[in-house]
Ligand binder design. Structure first.
Ligand code: 5GP
Ligand code: ZN
Length: 109
């Protein structure tokens, strides 16, 4: 998607602090962190929002949750806990129209 901010981050056209990457998924630190740990996990395929997931794309959501748990373990916040947020659409407060999972940790939320 040409005008999508997160697609540009995936392509490396906009710099980001990447913390995980594979063929399907990218995780990078949020530019405006709301907790000591705040990163975003996104599918590399452009999916506009949770409401735009099509049949056959459910697997990517399962994979994203697996990666979140893997990163929680690696970064040492799995035991203490964390919050995963997905904003969807205008009323949901979604500002970037490329599906993303916020992961917040490192303090009592
Ligand atoms: P939303 O409100 O759409 O759920 O969340 C979008 C998130 O993307 C916000 O937390 C915002 O700080 C983050 N963000 C916006 N622009 C950039 C950027 O250029 N780089 C990074 N790393 N995060 C961004
Ligand atoms: Zn995109």
């Amino acid at each position: 998607m040409e005008d999508c901010l997160f697609c540009k981050i995936i392509k490396g056209e906009i710099p980001s602090e990447k913390i995980y990457e594979d063929d399907d998924i990218l995780a990078f630190n949020d530019i405006n962190p709301l907790a000591p740990i705040h990163f975003l996990v996104i599918p590399k395929k452009h999916i506009a929002s949770l409401a735009h997931i099509e049949a056959g794309e459910e697997q990517i959501i399962a994979k994203i949750y697996n990666i979140i748990n893997k990163l929680a373990e690696e970064k040492g916040f799995k035991e203490k806990g964390y919050r995963v947020i997905v904003n969807c659409g205008e009323d949901g407060g979604q500002e970037v129209m490329h599906l993303h999972f916020h992961v917040l940790a490192g303090k009592k939320l």
